[in-house]
Design a protein around this ligand. Sequence first.
Ligand SMILES: [Zn+2]
Length: 197
Amino acid sequence: MKALDKVITLFRRFPGVGPKQAERFALYVVKTPAIQIEELVEALRGVKNSVGYCRECCNYADGELCEICSDHSRDRFVICVVSQTQDVAAIEKAKTFNGVYHVLHGVISPMDGINSEGLKLKELVERVRRADGAVTELIIATNPDTEGETTAIYLTGLLKDYVAGITRIACGVPLGGDIDYMDEVTLGHALKGRTKV
Ligand SMILES: [Zn+2]
């Protein structure tokens, strides 16, 4: 069935969707009432037309500014740099951060050919410069893997002349974790990032 195969092929382009799942999605479309599928198509078109980048933090936004950047109760001089939009939601869920974000939309990965060109780095440098010394802290919250570390080092080099306090999120022993079962790299990081009690 050509029409069905086409839909399966298109669903397979979605991240994390394998052949079986793509087939299930396509069959769901076939048996779902047309009005519901129209609703989905409209929603997809709507999100494509209205969502762009926030002019401050480069996160996705409906208008010029995202909800966080338009919230005046947030400290806009404490910037948490994350690699992807999902990380903002994850940190927001923790409800402990009252600053603002900057979304890079990727990390520096020389192995995969993603260099600093494709990232929203220029926007971050301009933003920090525009603040003219007012940014008190820049928290680098990229993942503690090779790419995340490379990105953190690169960012520090790029911004150390403009921000006095550049910090890196701590990583190490998870709450409820067992030191006995920890690998030595994680444990090493936990020791390096120790805090005074
Ligand atoms: Zn924003």
